[in-house]
Structure formats: structure tokens, C-alpha cells
Design a protein around this ligand. Structure first.
Ligand SMILES: Nc1ncnc2c1ncn2[C@@H]1O[C@H](COP(=O)(O)OP(=O)(O)OP(=O)(O)O)[C@@H](O)[C@H]1O
Ligand SMILES: [Mg+2]
Length: 584
């Protein structure tokens, strides 16, 4: 039974958004601590919720988890890391160079790329520097959703490769000196990550085809990085036994079908499964009970709970369709159903005769699979980092070739290979997509929270840069932030689940958006069991726990739509409009 047989010093949990990485990482760390190990659990997720799951305030310094003996926790705060990184570079020369130069350098080092590199530096230290974690027997990493993690894990080779070859002194990360000294650390980190004796990577998936497919994709990508010591944990496996409840039957058949079609790439991996937990996975007592199935279902759970009712779907879309064009962005934690909701909204707008561009900024997203090409009024696209980087680099080089000689161009080519270029390229593509909202609806399925916050930060710092330098930024870039801040033009829909951590993450995102001057249009509470009227005991118990989080969502945003649980893999009929949705 999980986590028996987990022997390595470092353990990483990775997987698609919302599959249960944090819940599993926390319960595993607690279990390892109960077995007498001194354990440190670390989150590298820019939108970490370790504090909430453990009920202990955490910072970047290890803190003992309340109610436990041998367990400590820490959050790698990218902002804090970026400030420290900036100070490491600028500090020594402050007062030696004119203030305007120092200010310029600080501005250059306040982009999203610096945040990512700085967070990565902290992460490398934890892996490569034995002193950093010597007081612990085990270090457990609750990583961020897939795209970001792979980028994080691939950076050692990207930077080691980049540092080995580059001769230029100019890089978007300021003097390379700050990085050169890290070269040895990067190499050690890469070696540790790919050493089966010291590192295990746990692929977490839900018993659903799309989630298992994602895990198979990650398995291949990690293998390409030389990381092969993988284990698969199928989380929230639901098996009610014989039941006549239609929702329970549909859910159980999704699980069964998925478990009978495990992708080939995963078949050879050691596999464990963890049952669907009938409560909310928050707090040390719940984490202790998490792996032990057959949780006792309280009598009161058998009474179907009174579900809350929000707006009708049609009414919610009426509000979105006001103005006849503009941008609609679905945002929220990984795995809450942003893509499903974005597709439903796009198809409803097309049904009402509107022209719609449906696109995604999620590096792992693939809308075409969900919708397929069909209606002439529906255009489906994707912001593909690799394609955007190629386009961006070509544009920069063709413009520079007018005035630069071959040596200078060679230097520029090298700089464009820096991992930061992707951030800029994706940002510009995002600005172009938003600009198309002037004559149609652009429905954007965004990436999980952490990543989107970074995109928003980039938007702000670029806007400051555009205003400060009057640079020749394209109009789409100049107009981006004003458009995002205009509630007539951009309508942000926060998608969440009727569970504590997803609702609190949506609340934090709403606060971040408001700080950036963006007022969300509405919230959608997705996959509500209490709204589905389920009576099967395990799901009814889960439904009874939804009332609290749903009420909280209503207080945070009155413009609320509650969508009942529906299988993510099966066609669904709706009385308002018939839709076929197949995606996660
Ligand atoms: N086995 C389970 N049974 C029931 N609920 C679960 C189970 N595992 C996780 N959950 C719930 O699912 C939601 C998502 O879980 P969690 O936050 O652990 O996922 P994650 O993969 O870390 O998400 P993210 O990608 O956003 O970091 C939470 O509300 C959690 O309580
Ligand atoms: Mg998480």
C-alpha cells in the first residue's frame, strides 16, 4: 500500500493540475514522519497551499507542522527568491554606478523570467547542497502543475548548456557572473534528479483517460531528461459497489474504463492507488486517514444535502455576451475544469450566432482535441510556446539584421536561446489574442493559477516598461493592460470546485486580479455533487461537505453559476443546449 517501498531521500510529486499532488505529498510526508523519519516538505508552486492543507503558516525557512513530531514544511516563495537574486546582483554595485543605471538594472531584473530563475536557484540549492537539508532524512517536493515543473526540471540542462556555450556578457538576467558560479550546482542537481538511488518522481493521476494520458506524456518527457525512477499513483479511485444512483454509476464507469485503458508508457511503472476520500483533504487528522480506505460515513451523510442554486447557465452567458464582442478568460486552480467551461461558453456563444476564437495559454492545453474543428464561426487555436519562440526570434532577428553585423547577430541569436525568451514570446502572443477581441469574442482557457499570475505580472512590468521607454512595442502590447482592466472588454470567469483549497485559491487569485486593477465578472463552481442530487453514501458524504465552500464562493462573488458534476469523458445532454464535451 502507498507509500510502502518509498526509500529515496528526495521524492517529487508531479502531475496535471488538480490531480491531488499536494494532498498526496502532504499525506506521504506525514506517513514517512510517522515511521520515524525527519521529513521536510517543500512547495515550489508559486500558488502553494501547503499552509492551508497542514493548518500551519509556512515561510521559506523550515517550520515544524503543528500536531506532528518529525515533520517540517517550507514554501519556496518565488518573489522572495527574486528579490534576493536581484540584491545579489545589484547590491555590490549600488552607490558605485549612477542611480538611473541601478534603477534600470532593477527594472530589467523584475521580469517573470528572473522570478522563475531565482525560484529555481533556491530549488537547486535544496537538491545540490547537502548542508541545506542535512538535518532531514527525507525531502518531499510538492511541485507545481506539469508545464511549469518540466520547465523547472529542464532548466539545469538548459542553463548548463547555455552557460557552457555563451560568450556574451549581455543576458536578460544581468551580468552572467551571478549564474556562472551556479554551474556546478546545476550539474549536481541534474545528477541527483536522474539518480534512482536518491530521487523518486511520483506521477499522480486521477482515474480518468485525460489525466492518465498527461501522466504518460510526463513519463516520456522525464525519460528524455534522463529521469527514470518513476512511480504511478492513481488518486481518488471511486468504487461504490452495486448502486442504482445514476451519477454514482456514471462516475464509477469513468473510473473503471480509465483503469482498463492505462497508456502503455505507464504499464511498466510500479503502481499504487488511493481511494476517493469522502471528506475534504484539509488538516492533519484528515491527512492521517487519507490512505486508509473504508472511512466511516456518518449517518447524517445519507440525507441528500440541500444544494445551493446560483444563476442559470443561459443567464450567466447573457451577461458574458453583452457588448457583442470582447475577451472572456477562464481562470483557476489546475484541474477545476477551466477548459471544459471555456468550451461550453464558446459553443453557447457560437449557438447564439457570434464569431468566436477559442484559445489557450496553457502549455499543456490542447483545445482541438476537446472541440475538433466544426462550426465556421468557431476558430480554435493554441498559444504554443515553441512556435511562439520561433516566430518571435525570427521577427527580432530580421529587424536586427538591418543594422547589425554578423558578430552582433550571432550574439543576439545566443541571447534569444535563453529560456527567458519563451516568457516574452508567449506574452506577445497572448497580447495578440486579446487584441482580436475588438471584432469577435475571444475565449481564453488560461493555464493554472501560478503560471497565469506570472503572465499577469509580466503584463504589468511590460506595461511599465512600455510607458517608461516609449519603446516600439506593438500596439497589441501597449493596449493589453488597459484592455484587461476594462470590464466592458474583458470578462474574467473564476472557475473552482466546491472544495476548500480550490475556493481559497480562487479567492487569492481574485485578490491578485483586483490589485492589478482587474474586476472578475463572475465565478463558476464546477462539478458539484450536491447540485447533482446524488444519494450514493460516499458521494453524498462528499456532497454534504460542499455546502461550506459553495456558500463561501457566493459571498466572494454573487454572480455565480453552479454546474452539477458531469463526467469529463462522456457526452452530456443539457436542456438549454445540447453539447458534447470531451476534455479535462
Ligand atoms: N483522494 C482524494 N479524494 C477526495 N478528494 C481529493 C483526493 N485527493 C485530492 N482531493 C481534493 O482535490 C482537490 C485538489 O487536490 P490538490 O490540491 O491536492 O491537487 P494538486 O494536484 O496539488 O492541485 P494543483 O495542481 O492546483 O497544485 C482538493 O480539494 C483536494 O482536497
Ligand atoms: Mg498543489
Amino acid at each position: 500500500m502507498w507509500p510502502d517501498g518509498l526509500t529515496t531521500r528526495h521524492v517529487f510529486f508531479t502531475g496535471k493540475g488538480g490531480v491531488g499532488k499536494t494532498s498526496l505529498a502532504c499525506a506521504t510526508a506525514l506517513d514517512l514522519a510517522n515511521r520515524g523519519n525527519r521529513v521536510l516538505i517543500v512547495s515550489t508552486d508559486p500558488a502553494s497551499n501547503l499552509d492551508e492543507v497542514f493548518g500551519t503558516d509556512l515561510g521559506s525557512v523550515p517550520t515544524r507542522i503543528a500536531g506532528t513530531a518529525n515533520l517540517w514544511g517550507a514554501n519556496l516563495d518565488p518573489e522572495l527568491a527574486a528579490r534576493a537574486y536581484r540584491e545579489r546582483i545589484v547590491g555590490p554595485i549600488r552607490g558605485k554606478l549612477p542611480p538611473a543605471v541601478i534603477r534600470n538594472m532593477e527594472e530589467q531584473l523584475s521580469g517573470a523570467c528572473t522570478t522563475e530563475i531565482a525560484a529555481f536557484d533556491e530549488f537547486v540549492k535544496l537538491i545540490a547542497d547537502p548542508d541545506a537539508t542535512q538535518q532531514f532524512d527525507r525531502v518531499v517536493f510538492d511541485t507545481a502543475p506539469t508545464g511549469h515543473t518540466l520547465r523547472l526540471l529542464s532548466l539545469p540542462s538548459a542553463w548548463s548548456g547555455y552557460l557552457n556555450t555563451t560568450t556574451s556578457e549581455s543576458s536578460c538576467l544581468g551580468p552572467l557572473a551571478g549564474l556562472q558560479s551556479q554551474r556546478k550546482c546545476y550539474q549536481i542537481a541534474l545528477d541527483r534528479l536522474s539518480d534512482p538511488g536518491s530521487t523518486t518522481v511520483v506521477l499522480v493521476a486521477r482515474p480518468e483517460k485525460s489525466s492518465l494520458k498527461e501522466a504518460a506524456r510526463t513519463q516520456t518527457e522525464l525519460a528524455d531528461l534522463g529521469i527514470r525512477n518513476l512511480q504511478l499513483v492513481v488518486n481518488a479511485v471511486y468504487d461504490p459497489g452495486p448502486t442504482s444512483d445514476p451519477v454514482a454509476k456514471a462516475f464509477a464507469s469513468v473510473v473503471e474504463e480509465a483503469l482498463h485503458s492505462i497508456p502503455i508508457a505507464l504499464l511498466d511503472l510500479p503502481r499504487s492507488s488511493v481511494p476517493l476520500y469522502a471528506g475534504n483533504v484539509v488538516g492533519v487528522p484528515a491527512l492521517r486517514a487519507f490512505f486508509h480506505s473504508g472511512v466511516s460515513i456518518p449517518e447524517s451523510a445519507f440525507k441528500p444535502s440541500k444544494s445551493r442554486s446560483g444563476l442559470e447557465f443561459g443567464t450567466f452567458v447573457d451577461g458574458l455576451a453583452e457588448g457583442g464582442s470582447g475577451v472572456i478568460m477562464t481562470m483557476g486552480k489546475g484541474g477545476v475544469g477551466k477548459t471544459t467551461v471555456a468550451v461550453q461558453i464558446a459553443q453557447e456563444l457560437v449557438k447564439r450566432g457570434h464569431r468566436v476564437l477559442l484559445t489557450t495559454t496553457d502549455p499543456a492545453g490542447n483545445l482541438t482535441e476537446c472541440v475538433g474543428q466544426g462550426d465556421k464561426n468557431l476558430e480554435v487555436a493554441r498559444i504554443d510556446p515553441a512556435i511562439e519562440v520561433k516566430k518571435y526570434a525570427e521577427a527580432v532577428l530580421s529587424k536586427a539584421s538591418v543594422s547589425m553585423d554578423e558578430d552582433a547577430l550571432a550574439l543576439l541569436r545566443e541571447d534569444l536561446r535563453s529560456p527567458c525568451t519563451e516568457e516574452i514570446a508567449v506574452f506577445r502572443a497572448f497580447a495578440d489574442a486579446v487584441a482580436r477581441g475588438t471584432d469577435r469574442f475571444v475565449v481564453i482557457d488560461t493555464a493554472p493559477t501560478g503560471h497565469t499570475i506570472l503572465l499577469m505580472d509580466a503584463t504589468e512590468s511590460y506595461h511599465r516598461e512600455v510607458l517608461r521607454t516609449q519603446s516600439d512595442a506593438p500596439d497589441a502590447v501597449r493596449q493589453l493592460l488597459p484592455r484587461l482592466r476594462d470590464p466592458e472588454f474583458t470578462k474574467v470567469v473564476l472557475v473552482t470546485l466546491p472544495e476548500p483549497t480550490p475556493v481559497h485559491e480562487a479567492r487569492r487569485l481574485q485578490e491578485d486580479l483586483k490589485r492589478a486593477g482587474i474586476e472578475p465578472f463572475g465565478w463558476i463552481v464546477n462539478r458539484s455533487f450536491s447540485a447533482s442530487g446524488v444519494t450514493e453514501p460516499i458521494l453524498a458524504a462528499k456532497a454534504s461537505k460542499e455546502i461550506g465552500p459553495t456558500d463561501e464562493a457566493m459571498t466572494l462573488c454573487p454572480n455565480l453559476l453552479i454546474l452539477p458534476w458531469s463526467s469529463r469523458e462522456k457526452p452530456i445532454q443539457r436542456n438549454e443546449c445540447e453539447m458534447v464535451v470531451q476534455c479535462s
